[in-house]
Design a protein around this ligand. Structure first.
Ligand code: GDP
Length: 448
């Protein structure tokens, strides 16, 4: 996600941070580069322009330029502006699904064919069942695409959510009525309606959506769009929002979206919040969209909160909480690193986590260059395992003699020990940086 943009911005900001003093010209030069990076990421022109103007205005203020860490402060301003562009502060988390209405709460899924609508419907049903503990029912109103209804039934079995029995020949509005009736009879909490798609936005489709919304009175109307289509996704959202009362957008295929233009422009252009991001073909590959966390990820500060949440499901919850608390205090020794390595193994190896953990991206690049793979996790664990408890808490104790002993104990070379220590240093530094910029706010709050 956002790899290209992330790399470009990283280069610009490394340069800014590396300087003790900044002139107004330095800031303007950097902003010119940021602008190019945004446009290359396929961000809509007016959005990019507004972004740069706003950041420049704040950043050339004397307070910033005269401060002790002007580079840091500029990065912080860019971060806050990115959060804004993506749809608000940490508080925007509350924009998740509105499931509090009188049951059955109706969620209507709309979008073009191939956007990932049916898959997303099943992912959300699973999410609602597992995260909210609610009873869901899914119904496919797609009578246009052959086997669309059967597809949803198959997905329903996989996510263990009931689907409305198929009645051949029934039209969408009638299916919606029958689904509502069935949901009431079975005391269903949430009814998900997977509507038909088309190849393009057309009037017949819009009329059908309106008619379905008319009989089902949805609490949520979620538009599913493919993030890989960039500005087209934003245009589709605009067309739909003129016709049906959209409550939010789900961006699919974020896993393959290195540019991120759709995510970055959506809110400003359409006024609609992005509520979820689809991140893969598997039925649990969906994430609530948190503007603050996404901004962190774009700026290469890692997405510590998402990471800790993922970790919490992979390891014992208390352990994850303890780690989050230590990280929020800026503590990070080799014991912490070891626990993270263990989690990485649990969570599917290095590939999954690159970019989520602070400093991990650089560390991974370094490792890839020297031809290391997931095996390295096992090696690193062995190295830390050969250290004394004191050495784990205070890695600075590691002198040449100790390194030799530890390497021998792990059956590895001294250079492997050095690599591990370097990675630890980088991660510890990245975490300090996030802490300075207030990136742990949400984390500390989440774990009290
Ligand atoms: P629909 O025509 O809009 O209902 O699209 P489908 O739900 O049938 O999805 C089309 C294809 O996109 C399927 O192969 C899905 O597995 C895939 N897909 C859906 N969402 C995602 C996602 O977030 N990431 C990836 N990589 N693939 C996805």
């Amino acid at each position: 996600m956002f790899d290209t943009l992330s790399d470009r911005l990283g280069t610009v900001f490394d340069r800014l941070r590396g300087r003790g003093a900044l002139s107004e010209q330095d800031v303007r030069d950097a902003m010119r580069e940021v602008r190019v990076a945004l446009l290359e990421a396929d961000v809509a022109l007016p959005v990019a322009r507004r972004f740069i103007d706003s950041v420049t205005e704040k950043a050339v203020g004397q307070d910033v330029l005269r401060s002790v860490t002007p580079g840091q402060m500029v990065v912080k301003i860019v971060h806050d502006e990115l959060v804004e562009m993506l749809g608000g502060g940490d508080g925007a988390v509350a924009e998740g699904l509105n499931l509090a209405a009188k049951p059955p709460v109706v969620i209507m899924m709309v979008g073009l064919q191939g956007s990932g609508k049916t898959t997303t419907t099943a992912k959300l049903a699973k999410w609602i069942r597992e995260k909210h503990g609610k009873k869901a029912l899914m119904a496919s109103l797609d009578v246009a695409r052959p086997a669309a209804q059967e597809q949803l039934a198959v997905l329903g079995t996989q996510v263990e959510v009931a689907t409305l029995p198929i009645v051949q020949g029934q039209q969408p509005v009638d299916i919606a009525r029958r689904a509502l009736e069935s949901a009431r009879l079975q005391a269903i909490d949430v009814l998900l309606l997977d509507t038909a798609g088309r190849l393009h936005v057309d009037q017949a489709l819009m009329d059908e959506m309106k008619a379905v919304a008319g009989v089902s009175a949805p609490t949520e109307v979620l538009l599913v769009v493919d993030s890989l289509t960039g500005q087209d996704a934003v245009n589709v959202a605009q067309s739909f929002s003129g016709e049906v009362p959209l409550t939010g957008v789900v961006l699919t295929r974020m896993d393959g979206d290195a540019r991120g233009g759709a995510a970055l422009s959506m809110r400003h252009v359409t006024g609609k919040p992005i509520k979820f991001a689809g991140t893969g073909e598997k039925l649990d590959a969906i994430e609530a969209f948190h503007p603050g966390r996404v901004a962190d990820r774009i700026l290469g500060m890692g997405d510590v909160v998402s990471l800790v949440e993922k970790a919490a499901t992979a390891i014992k919850e208390e352990e994850a909480e303890a780690m989050a608390r230590r990280m929020a205090k800026g503590q990070f020794d080799l014991n912490d690193l070891r626990m993270q390595l263990k989690q990485m193994q649990n969570m599917g190896g290095l590939g999954m986590l690159a970019g989520m953990m602070p400093g991990m991206k650089k560390a991974k690049q370094a490792m890839a260059q020297s031809g290391v793979d997931d095996k390295v996790l096992v090696h690193m664990d062995a190295i830390i395992g050969s250290m004394t408890p004191k050495e784990r808490e205070r890695p600075e104790l590691m002198n040449a003699k100790r390194k030799k002993r530890v390497a021998a104990g792990a059956g590895l070379e001294v250079q492997d020990v050095n690599k591990l220590l370097k990675m630890h240093q980088e991660m510890a530094r990245a975490m300090k940086q996030i802490r300075k910029m207030g990136g742990f706010k949400g984390l500390a709050a989440a774990f009290g």
